[in-house]
Write a protein that binds this ligand. Structure first.
Ligand SMILES: NC(=O)c1ccc[n+]([C@@H]2O[C@H](COP(=O)([O-])OP(=O)(O)OC[C@H]3O[C@@H](n4cnc5c(N)ncnc54)[C@H](O)[C@@H]3O)[C@@H](O)[C@H]2O)c1
Length: 486
């Protein structure tokens, strides 16, 4: 991670030759040999004309990073009538989309095929085509490094790929979750190496994504969108664009404020989930069912919002994003104790599920974990999605195997565990069907994710022991002596 960007270093990356001599009056050299004329003050971009194109849906929009965030966004804008260009470095994804297919469970191939047939979008891995679009929206990953520090490599590389093709008058928006300062400190200097200036020649904004995969109630189009920008023209442009895509835009005063909003939302979730995870442990020791407590507490019509315990945090956001702020806060000599404590509690949950299983196997079945057959039910990080990133189920499977058990899994949304850097021993394993035969061969099932389509009645009917980390059996009226809440 490079907190401070040296603009000269960036330029050198784009050009084969070492830095050229002093820049001439006429323009700045750029990698492909073009010379960008320096804009004269009176040669202003016609911002109102671009706003009008956004309003009339005649603008062409580019989305970079066609994953869980970028593809739904591209779909929404295409359905609104915008001509879309999707850009991804993954050639496989580009080919699937152009052939009218999909690789994301909740966006059916029929939707993509329909948009392709209507010529509403095209996918490419050719960044030079970004000069065709009026707005460029970045939805690339923002993970943590192995040392749990922000890894902005994807944002940096993508910005470097845009810069040589930046055109005057374009709006550039970052949607990836990140710490306050990223858009201004990391992206802006890279883009300005083109010789163009933010707020004058191109327009820079940050608008965090609030996608909630698997939530049937909310999609890109009906989730309000916070927008921060570098200057008034950029803010007007970004708000004008998003106004056409979502029900409501929420402008804020700066890029940094918008970046902080997203982190605040995710830290709020992380801390509150940690709190109920802690309460679960305390109440369990007292013989109180935390799930019943939450159901009753949420009848309070003010001042309380329910969060639910679980086997640990998963997904691309909640386990990761809070540490973006922790890292940035160090620059200001500030410790983020709530965030660290929440991380500590949530990180301990997968081990606790394993310990509960060991105890239940011993007490209920008189057997050890070593040599036991364990079936993990639900591996995706949340219900009704096919995304296993950072899923605690993967950690739980590994912990079981480290302690001598044989762990298999059933997930109706995930046929195979994809390649991951963190869990190489699980790569490529296939989901078992949930049948009587499968259940006859296992000692214990551990419900990690409560997908709606799982046959819980079969599970409870045929499985000798069930560890339920989601309270789904009780919620389905399937309470049984064989079900242990964890
Ligand atoms: N998934 C969610 O529910 C969610 C919700 C809110 C915010 N976010 C944030 O949105 C961002 C994207 O997350 P995601 O879940 O869509 O990730 P993803 O991994 O599903 O998709 C990212 C895509 O970017 C592509 N990509 C990577 N580097 C690229 C590059 N240099 N140029 C072009 N394409 C590149 C990848 O091939 C991939 O298709 C992250 O910052 C994440 O924190 C995600």
């Amino acid at each position: 991670m490079t907190p401070a960007i040296d603009p000269k270093r960036r330029l050198r990356k784009w050009t084969e030759d070492p830095l050229p001599g002093p820049l001439c009056d006429l323009g700045y050299p750029v990698p492909n040999g073009r010379v960008m004329p320096v804009q004269q003050a009176e040669d202003r971009v016609d911002v109102d004309a671009l706003i009008a194109r956004f309003r009339e849906h005649t603008a062409r929009i580019g989305v970079i990073g066609l994953g869980y965030v970028g593809l739904p966004l591209l779909r929404t804008a295409a359905e609104r009538g915008f001509s879309m260009l999707g850009v991804d470095i993954d050639r496989g994804k580009v080919d699937v989309l152009n052939a009218g297919g999909s690789y994301i469970g909740h966006i059916g191939a029929d939707i993509i095929a329909g948009l392709r047939a209507a010529r509403r979008f095209e996918a490419t891995d050719d960044f030079s085509r970004l000069s065709e679009v009026d707005a460029i929206i970045l939805c690339v990953p923002t993970p943590l490094t192995r040392q749990r520090e922000p890894d902005l490599t994807f944002v940096e590389r993508t910005t470097e790929s845009i810069a040589p093709h930046l055109r005057r008058g374009q709006l550039v928006v970052l949607e990836s979750t990140t710490y306050p300062g990223t858009t201004r400190e990391v992206m802006q200097p890279i883009l300005e190496m083109s010789g163009f200036q933010s707020g004058r020649d191109f327009f820079l904004a940050y608008s965090p994504e609030r996608e909630d995969p698997g939530n049937a109630e909310f999609a890109t189009s009906n989730i309000p969108k916070v927008v921060g920008a570098d200057g008034p023209d950029a803010l007007r442009l970004a708000c004008a664009l998003y106004h056409e895509l979502v029900a409501k835009t929420v402008p804020v005063t700066s890029l940094e404020t918008a970046e902080a909003v997203k982190l605040t939302e995710n830290i709020f979730r992380s801390v509150n989930i940690a709190l109920v995870n802690e309460l679960k442990i305390v109440f369990e020791a007292m013989g109180i069912d935390v799930w019943e407590v939450i159901e009753a507490a949420k009848t309070k019509p003010f001042g309380y919002m329910p969060f639910y315990p679980g086997p640990g945090l998963g997904g691309h956001c909640i386990p990761i994003d809070p540490f973006y702020l922790t890292w940035k806060a160090r620059e200001y000599d500030i410790a983020t104790r709530f965030i660290e404590l929440a991380g500590e509690i949530n990180t301990a949950m997968p081990r606790r599920v394993v310990d509960k299983t060991v105890a239940a196997l011993s007490e209920r079945a008189g057997r050890a974990l070593n040599g036991a057959q364990v079936l993990i039910v639900g591996v995706a990080y949340k219900k009704n999605v096919d995304d296993p990133r950072e899923s605690p189920a993967l950690k739980i499977m590994e912990f079981f195997e480290q302690r001598g058990a044989k762990a298999s899994f059933h997930d109706p949304h995930l046929a195979k565990i994809p390649q991951t850097r963190e869990h190489p021993t699980l790569n490529g394993r296939s989901s078992l069907p949930l049948t009587e035969a499968t259940l006859a061969a296992i000692d214990v099932a551990v419900i990690c994710t409560d997908h709606d389509v799982i046959d819980y009645a079969l599970l409870v009917g045929k499985c000798p022991l069930i560890i339920d980390t989601r309270n789904v059996c009780a919620r389905r009226g399937l309470s049984s002596e064989r079900v242990v809440k964890a």
